[in-house]
Design a protein around this ligand. Structure first.
Ligand code: HEM
Length: 304
């Protein structure tokens, strides 16, 4: 149902969102969980390019199990009134892309080499439970994964490609490449508007938020498991200098948001980066000049 119209989405429509829209309600209510995931040691190492190949392979295998379950349940519920409007299989579904990546990373017998890890299993079980017994909650899982993949996932793609020296043809990172989406920002907008049209009562909305937080928790547990495994793997990794910033195709270290974040965490390189970034703006230069003039004036008045 959703696919035909998806072809017509564009970037020009104004997006007017209200706090009680489902998309905003979930985004605000999972903010803390998102911060925890983003600031987990695994995510931080990944963003720095400190990712071991073996761990990347295990992470891809975990995602394969998660998306196999998610997409099986999505197919089962594609006509459900609380899901049909966000059914975008050709744009979003990741199972086939992950199978391609696993074949590249493990070889043709990849299926016999991977297994569902201890942290991935409860996530997969929950997805099947929701799909079969509480399908009105499925959109919470779909939103958590696909919208995340179209946001932060686009940063991780560039980092992984560079850190693991993956080929430019996309081998190993098909998961992050949404061939059916030419403009992720416009597509996310369409997805949000479809979500916000779902007829969700107040009680279901609360359950959806709890489910989205649970989805974040499962993802964090997979990160923690990978971090733990990584501690036992001897493999050289190198910090790389943040090569890309998502769709923007720039250098993430030049992103003021990222610099501010790192500065807050006490990283002096990023404090300098933040200062440099700010000083490139005329308004910041004027502010600094005003401050210097005021301090000089005060000093002169004091001396006199
Ligand atoms: C590696 C760490 C991560 C980074 C760097 C990251 C980064 C981002 C960024 C930059 C955004 C866009 C925020 C905006 O548009 O205002 C975003 C949104 C989002 N992320 Fe993450 N993220 C990370 C981890 C995760 C994880 C583990 C999940 C869940 C599986 C997730 C799910 C989401 C969701 C659901 C959104 C909201 C999308 C929307 O409504 O537009 N993120 N993330």
């Amino acid at each position: 149902m959703a696919t035909e119209e998806a072809l017509n989405y564009n970037n020009d429509d104004d997006e007017i969102l209200r706090p009680d829209d489902l998309s905003e309600y979930l985004a605000a209510g999972t903010k803390e969980a998102h911060d925890r995931a983003e600031n987990s040691p695994f995510a931080k190492d990944f963003l720095r390019g400190r990712i071991k190949r073996e761990l990347f392979k295990l992470g891809t295998a975990a995602l394969y199990h998660v998306y196999s379950a998610l997409e099986e349940e999505i197919e089962r519920n594609k006509e459900h009134p609380l899901f049909a409007a966000v059914y975008f299989p050709s744009e979003l579904h990741r199972k086939e892309a992950l199978a391609k990546d696993l074949e590249y990373l493990y070889g043709s017998d990849w299926k016999s080499q991977i297994s569902c890890s201890a942290a991935t299993r409860p996530y997969v079980e929950r997805l099947h439970h929701v799909g079969q017994h509480e399908p009105d909650l499925l959109v919470a899982h779909s939103w958590t994964r696909y919208m995340g993949d179209l946001s932060g996932g686009q940063i991780l793609k560039k980092v992984a490609q560079r850190a693991l020296k993956l080929p430019a043809n996309g081998d190993g990172i098909h998961f992050y490449q949404f061939e059916g989406i030419h403009n992720p920002t416009a597509f996310k907008r369409l997805y949000r508007s479809r979500m916000n049209e779902l007829e969700v009562d107040a009680e279901t909305k609360k359950r959806l938020l709890a489910e989205a937080n649970l989805a974040f928790k499962f993802n964090l547990q997979v990160f923690e498991e990978l971090q733990e495994i990584g501690n036992g793997i001897k493999e050289e990794v190198q910090d790389i200098s943040f090569p890309a910033h998502g769709d923007l195709g720039g250098d993430i270290s030049k992103c003021p948001y990222y610099a501010a974040k790192m500065a807050v965490s006490g990283n002096t390189t990023y404090m300098c980066q933040l200062a440099r970034t700010l000083l490139r703006h005329t308004s910041a230069q004027v502010l600094l000049a005003t401050w210097i003039a005021a301090i000089t004036g005060l000093a002169a008045w004091y001396i006199m």
